[in-house]
Design a protein around this ligand. Structure first.
Ligand SMILES: Cc1cc2nc3c(=O)[nH]c(=O)nc-3n(C[C@H](O)[C@H](O)[C@H](O)COP(=O)(O)OP(=O)(O)OC[C@H]3O[C@@H](n4cnc5c(N)ncnc54)[C@H](O)[C@@H]3O)c2cc1C
Length: 377
């Protein structure tokens, strides 16, 4: 390719984060081609990338670790992309420069950011010290190992947060404990009632029924306010003893986005336009949990969006490099959501339909395992 930097120069495309969107982008690069003339590098904190849709199933014991993770080194090799295991601490958009936590740096011509989100509330005193984190996902693998070493525990396992992830993990955990004949007491605590969270009534009622059926206690409208060793204080002053506290309080924007001086949405996520370009930086793209489209287009932080956005990244990065027309991304308004409710059952939600059963789990298992197989090809 010839450009002002000379005919031998290969433009540098850097992808930060091996998230769901970039895993699919790597797949598209090797299946469809079109990136051979660029120097493409993927930078990620770890070469292991876990597929969130199967984490609950792993916790329960339905999948082996290798079934739900990608080795980014392998995926990059297949896609002829250089892999760099490193943690990005800041991006300097005006200098086209990436800074790493080990003091090194890397420049780019085109950048794509897919670093996911962090978990809310970890900054609360002692949370990092005494709570088990659910992200990065290898923390769940560690927690599972730790849990299975226990022979008995009197105090409950508490989940802070009652989003779909928390509910799925609690239900999966119940199955695991029951399977290992470990007596269990599980409690979910959430600051907002499901109605305040905006969940449709039908779904909320169904989740309520399932939690009761499975013997999981829920405390709604009362958040964990402070954490000490083995004790959580709730906002209304209630003290709860715990054996394990799982911190699953929902997503928040990564510090990298905040510290890099990008224009953000009101929650601190990288503000992008319909082409997934950062506002004011047309050579910087974003996808997945780390982006926001602004007030008029609020979308949930879900892997299904990240995966869909990859198709637009694939097209629009190439189009930018070749001065071609970009494709506008319109997030789907509805998507099929199935969470695992344990014991190979699933809870399906699509448009007005809410249903639970083995068939729903089989459909979820089919979709998830097919995705993993495809992305590894
Ligand atoms: C328990 C659980 C279950 C879920 N189940 C579902 C589900 O069934 N369906 C669904 O649609 N969504 C689900 N979600 C939400 C889903 O996980 C996220 O929406 C999805 O992971 C977002 O993907 P992403 O591409 O934005 O980034 P992620 O997949 O989160 O990946 C981010 C990547 O960036 C890397 N990274 C982060 N920071 C840096 C840095 N500073 N430097 C370098 N690399 C960095 C990380 O190592 C990682 O590789 C679930 C979430 C949880 C917590």
């Amino acid at each position: 390719m010839s450009n002002q930097k000379g005919s031998a120069y290969k433009e540098k495309v850097v992808l930060i984060g091996g998230g769901h969107a970039h895993v699919k982008l790597l797949y598209l690069m090797r299946q469809k081609g079109g990136y051979e003339e660029y120097e493409v590098t993927l930078v990620s904190k770890s070469h292991w990338q876990y597929y969130s849709g199967m984490v609950g199933g792993f916790l329960e014991g339905l999948y082996q670790e290798d079934e739900l993770r990608f080795d980014l080194i392998e995926l990059c090799k297949m896609s002829k992309v250089t892999f760099l295991e490193a943690e990005v601490s800041m991006i300097q958009p005006n200098e086209s420069m990436i800074l790493f936590s080990d003091g090194k740096s890397l420049n780019f011509d085109i950048l794509s950011i897919d670093i996911g989100s962090e978990v809310n509330g970890l900054e609360l005193e002692s949370v990092r010290e005494y709570a088990n984190q659910i992200k990065p996902f290898h923390e769940i693998m560690r927690f599972r190992g730790e849990l299975l070493k226990q022979t008995t525990f009197d105090d409950p396992i508490i989940f802070a947060g009652a989003g779909p992830a928390s509910i799925e993990l609690a239900l999966s955990l119940k199955q695991l404990l029951a399977h290992h004949n470990l007596p269990f007491k599980l409690t979910i605590v959430n600051g907002q009632t499901p109605a305040q969270k905006g969940h449709p009534g039908k779904l909320t009622r169904k989740i309520d029924v399932i939690l009761k059926r499975e013997g999981i206690h829920s405390i709604m409208g009362n958040r964990v306010h402070a954490v000490k060793e083995s004790r959580a204080s709730l906002k209304d002053g209630t003290e709860l003893a715990f054996r394990f506290l799982l911190w699953a309080t929902g997503p928040k924007s990564s510090e990298v986005i905040k510290s890099s001086g990008f224009q953000t949405d009101e929650k601190g996520y990288l503000l992008v336009n319909e082409y997934l370009q950062a506002v004011n930086h047309p050579r910087i793209f974003g996808a997945g949990d780390c982006i926001g489209f602004g007030k008029n287009q609020l979308i949930k932080k879900a892997g299904v969006y990240a995966v869909r956005e990859a198709d637009y990244l694939y097209h629009n990065i190439k189009a930018t490099l070749n001065n071609k027309e970009q494709k506008a991304y319109r997030p789907q308004k509805q998507y099929l959501s199935i969470i695992s409710t344990g014991g190979r059952k699933g809870l399906l939600q699509l448009r007005g339909i809410v249903m639970e059963g083995k068939l729903c789990w089989r459909l979820k298992n089919y979709i998830d395992t097919r995705f993993m197989r495809r992305m590894k090809r």
